[in-house]
Design a protein around this ligand. Structure first.
Ligand code: GCW
Length: 674
């Protein structure tokens, strides 16, 4: 009987939630229900075929025929389209008369560029563009657009919250899971052109023949999609795999080993991208073990891959337990003097902030500080410090914040984006890396909204000047369809979400307050870890009189690592952005904030605001229940409930601790702890 009633209600046109299941597998590549058919390729390549295949699957019936081909194909060259400025990877999509018919031309210099054009056309249609009037032209601003997988050879993923590794090392290289292809498609749609397969905490085995064969199999799947594979290299592999006595980068035997190893890899994978290295960081081996510099270590590897046009991405994420210097200063201290010492095919890869992917960090002082060295930005897409898979935190706004940050290194407008895209110091090499958030979960990223973070990374890697707002909107349109009620709601939730996490985990520049090891949930009270710089108390320095890390002259003087204009601004708490206040200053609890509240009152208000923003997101999501398919709606609703509970946990536990330190009561009007 219930069924009959349901059917009747449906027939009467009552809005009920779309009942079909949608597990999110399609990402931004949902197939069109009646796809376009008049799609033709000129020229011949696997990549062009893939591009046409995408259009035949995802492009909805088009008002005009579509022709794809490289700009030097005679049929396209004859049209004299303005393709000169597109470079190797830029595309042009516009209508032209071809064989007497108005035709949509998708073109670019290389077949990769054409592929990107095809995806751009699909995206334009899904976000509401009129195909008859379409005119798209875009070239990537950053050369290397790379995902870093922290995937281990045992199938686990370090800081991964979306299931086991995508790579099934057991069945590779013989079985190429179709998922690898879908993964490549999703990445190519964004313009991602490199994948580091294994964790930066690398195992030496990943450089042995069996694993090279597995990497080769993946490279073969990815190649037609314009994606190269890279490997994380363990610095001591010459000892562990090569049975040498040393891994000293100045030892000729060690150099010869890396050279032979690189040659071996390139024999199997002729377009292998190169190596990513985490050296002398968190227990990893590196050149410092032999009293050599990071440049000497990087250059040895660079020499090994240079004959094959390979590159080395050398991470600057270094800090040592034995070093009494403020952890936020150590990477700069170590790397800045090496500017100009790295080989031409080395990029130094720097995290967005100087500590470690916290919900908010000021931009890393190394950006702009090494003019002679191409600098890659490393972002974390997986949410190690922002609530793992469950909390909704759209990172587009966070990525945008760091890209827009002005280093002032060459005067006003020296943004991190311009350092990273190579334009500030005119570098040929440029790159950006994102620590992937994918795994074997059906929805790839652990939640629907987490997919948006992968998407946002890819779009910003292509064009770091895109706005987080626009990216959120186009993602929502491709994910949920074009109903403005759903799109507007999703975008609104997304744009508020990251600040909410900052508010309920550590407002006003507080950071590194989480539980030990797993990094989930609050732990500002933790003070007994053997490594002092792993203790939250090291970062907040709260006592009866005040809170915050003094990084001015009276403290660690980390502010002096920034360009003078920035350093000056940060030296004074009154000119420091309040969002970064306690990162740079130790202030009394009754410090007067711009709002007129005391610092303590402001902190409490922010914690409360974080919790109420999550409640607001829940209410907003409730309103689109009938407009989103049941499966994704329900999972998101349940996750928001988890987030709400845990936002309260963060707030209440943190405030209880701060009150135990400062002896102050909760200000009037603060929400009662639960
Ligand atoms: O903060 C740490 C993470 C580690 C990670 C490290 C890094 C891969 O907690 O899991 O190791 O950053 O970036 O090297």
């Amino acid at each position: 009987r219930l069924l009959t009633i349901g059917v009747c209600l449906g027939a009467l046109g009552f809005a009920t939630a779309p009942a079909f299941a949608n597990d999110g597998y399609d990402l931004w590549l949902a197939p069109a229900s009646s796809p376009a058919t008049d799609i033709r390729v000129v020229g011949q390549s696997q990549t062009l075929d893939r591009a046409a295949g995408e259009l035949r699957r995802d492009l909805a019936a088009a008002p005009l025929p579509v022709v794809l081909g490289k700009s030097d194909d005679p049929a396209i060259a004859a049209l004299r389209l303005p393709t000169r400025a597109l470079g190797e990877e830029g595309y042009l999509v516009r209508a032209a008369m071809l064989d007497g018919r108005k035709t949509l031309i998708v073109t670019g210099k290389t077949d990769r560029a054409v592929l990107y054009g095809a995806f751009a056309l699909i995206r334009a249609q899904k976000t509401g563009a009129d195909l008859a009037a379409i005119d798209l032209q875009s070239a990537p601003k950053i050369g290397l657009r790379v995902l870093n997988h922290w995937d281990n050879l045992d199938g686990s993923v370090e800081r991964g919250y979306a299931g086991q590794s995508l790579w099934d090392w057991w069945t590779l290289p013989d079985f190429k899971d179709p998922r690898y292809t879908d993964y490549a498609r999703a990445n190519a749609a964004l313009g991602i052109n490199g994948i580091v397969l294994n964790n930066v905490n690398a195992k030496p085995e990943s450089l042995t023949a069996p694993y090279i064969a597995k990497a080769k199999a993946l490279a073969e799947v990815f190649r037609p999609w314009g994606i190269k594979v890279y490997l994380s290299a363990r610095f001591s592999a010459p000892i562990e795999v090569g049975h040498l006595k040393s891994a000293d980068p100045l030892d000729p035997d060690v150099q010869a080993w890396w050279k032979a190893k690189s040659d071996e890899i390139y024999r199997e994978i002729p377009d292998f991208g190169g190596f990513l290295v985490k050296a002398n960081s968190e227990g990893q081996p590196g050149p410092r073990d032999y009293h050599r510099s990071h440049a000497e270590g990087a250059n040895m590897l660079a020499a090994a891959v240079a004959p094959h046009n390979g590159i080395v991405m050398w991470r600057a994420f270094v800090y040592a337990e034995t070093d009494p210097e403020d952890r936020a200063k150590q990477a700069y201290t170590e790397f800045k003097p090496l500017d100009g010492k790295f080989a031409d095919n080395v990029l130094v890869q720097v995290k967005n902030g100087a500590i470690d992917f916290q919900p908010r960090e000021p931009f890393h002082p190394l950006f702009g500080a090494m003019p002679k060295t191409p600098m890659m930005l490393e972002l974390q897409i997986t949410k190690e410090y922002l609530g793992f898979a469950t909390h909704l935190a759209y990172l587009g706004t966070m990525f945008e914040e760091v890209l827009e940050a002005d280093t002032r290194a060459k005067g006003k407008g020296s943004t991190v984006a311009k350092v990273v895209d190579g334009s500030l110091y005119r570098h040929k090499l440029s790159g950006i890396a994102g620590v992937a958030n994918v795994g074997r979960d059906r929805d790839w990223s652990g939640s629907t909204f987490n997919q948006a973070n992968w998407y946002a990374f890819g779009r910003l890697a292509w064009d770091p000047t895109l706005s987080a707002d626009r990216i959120a909107r186009e993602w929502a349109q491709q994910t949920f369809g074009n109903d403005p009620r759903v799109v507007d709601t999703a975008v609104k939730m997304m744009l508020a979400s990251r600040e909410a996490v900052v508010d309920y985990t550590g407002p006003l520049g507080l950071a590194h307050l989480m539980g030990t090891g797993h990094h989930y949930g609050p732990g500002p009270w933790i003070s007994d870890l053997a490594r002092p710089e792993w203790n939250p108390v090291y970062y907040h320095k709260a006592d009866r009189n005040g809170i915050g890390f003094d990084r001015t002259k009276t403290g660690s003087n980390a502010v002096a690592q920034y360009a003078p204009a920035v350093a000056k601004m940060l030296a004074d708490p009154r000119t420091t952005p309040e969002s970064e206040l306690l990162w740079f200053h130790h202030l009394p609890w009754d410090w007067k904030m711009k709002s007129g509240r005391t610092l303590w009152q402001e902190m409490v208000a922010r914690y409360d605001r974080g919790v109420s923003t999550v409640a607001q997101m829940q209410a907003e999501w409730q309103e689109v229940k009938s407009l989103v398919d049941a499966e994704r709606w329900q999972k998101t609703a349940s996750y928001l409930q988890i987030q709400h509970n845990e936002a309260k946990w963060w707030r209440d536990a943190s405030l209880a601790y701060w009150m135990s330190v400062n002896g102050l009561p909760l200000p009037a009007g603060a929400a009662a702890p639960e």
